[in-house]
Design a protein around this ligand. Structure first.
Ligand code: PHE
Length: 351
């Protein structure tokens, strides 16, 4: 069994909702742990726990590589199959989440994630101050997906530069899996840039949007293995399995979906095939970077945007270092995160 490397994991049956509420605080070495609240369906709540553990560790790495003075955490509410989340139950879930966050006394602050919105953050905000991305009218920084999409675009420029010697995405063949709130915005930005877009989603209703953007529509399975310069995973995690690697026909993979690798060694398999994989937590940092800049540092939207766009530089440096040392970008990123965490621990000894 792997060791527990989380500082604190709280699991409780929400007293109002009766649903499992899991808050995983992975690390506060760099500062307050941050990470969104995922409200998602799981066949077994333990799968939700596994997700919370992995996603919170990902947030630690995300913040460290992005140079943020924050640690990583995550909240997961595991909704059982067949449970309908009507507005009443949804509110009770959010109140349970708020109390769980409040009980951590500020060591962790939550935010939106898959299955939650700025309006949901406002409900959480009724009971705790430790919440990001409430609607702008209520003093929050609002929807984080535009910044996540912008940060992903910045990462794609760095990848394009590495592949073809130019950051311009015009004419780049991009295959996008997932047209959720981030995927759809990213597709719009890529269309503006003149990329050659292949897009997909499990929801066929998204097809009309694809047409408006001038993108070619296909199934998620086809998009995954399509011939492309860059494959962009923008849906749920686990899409890159050992079995899928031999089928891939892309030169590089960079997308905002969290936990893209079904297992860590898949990064090595990709490297062996000569496919450049940029770790998801580096690509998707824009949402958190923006929220923290605006809400913690009180920076203007323009200042925050500059920080989000700096993801291009971060990815360029990671790819350069990985190539120079002939290691995977995943390894280069993990080591960078580790160096920053170790330095912070040395500055702030425990006890
Ligand atoms: N859920 C997003 C992420 O995981 C965005 C976010 C999290 C924004 C926490 C603010 C705070 O990065």
């Amino acid at each position: 069994m792997p060791e527990l490397d989380h500082e604190h994991v709280a699991i409780r049956t929400g007293p109002r909702s009766g649903l499992p509420v899991i808050v995983a605080v992975h690390s506060t070495a760099l500062g307050q742990a941050v990470g969104g609240c995922r409200v998602w369906r799981y066949a077994d709540w333990r799968d939700g726990l596994t997700d919370a553990l992995r996603l919170s560790a990902g947030m630690t790495a995300k913040c460290a590589v992005a140079g943020l003075a924050n640690g990583g955490g995550k909240t997961v509410v595991a909704v059982p199959e067949g449970t309908e989340l009507d507005p009443g139950l949804r509110r009770r879930v959010l109140e349970d989440v708020a109390d769980a966050v409040a009980s951590l006394d500020g060591t962790y602050a939550t935010g939106p994630d898959v299955g939650t919105s700025p309006e949901d953050m406002a409900v959480i905000g009724e009971r705790t101050a430790h919440v990001f991305c409430r609607p702008v009218e209520q003093g929050g920084s609002g929807d984080s997906s535009p910044a996540t999409a912008l940060g992903t675009l910045a990462a794609l420029r760095a990848v394009r530069h590495r592949l073809h010697g130019t950051p311009a995405l015009k004419g780049a063949r991009v295959s996008l899996v997932g047209l959720g709130s981030v995927g759809l915005r990213l597709a719009g930005l890529l269309a503006e840039e003149g990329a050659e877009l292949l897009v997909s989603d499990i929801d066929p209703a998204k097809r009309a949007r694809a047409r408006e953007l001038g993108a070619t529509w296909t199934s998620p399975g086809e998009a995954l293995t399509a011939e492309a310069d860059i494959l962009v995973p923008a849906a749920l995690g686990g899409i890159l399995t050992g079995d899928v690697v031999p089928e891939l026909r892309c030169a590089a993979i960079a997308g905002p979906a969290n936990n893209q690798l079904a297992a860590e060694p898949v990064a090595d398999l990709l490297h062996e095939r000569g496919i450049v994989w940029v770790p998801d937590y580096v690509v998707s940092a824009g949402g958190a970077i923006n929220a923290l800049a605006v809400e913690l540092r009180h920076e203007s939207p323009e200042e925050a945007r500059v920080r989000v766009e700096a993801i291009e530089h971060t990815v360029t440096e990671l790819l350069r270092e990985a190539e120079h040392r002939d290691v995977t970008p995943a390894r280069a990123a993990t080591e960078l995160a580790r160096r920053r965490l170790d330095a912070a621990r040395a500055r702030r000894p425990v006890g």
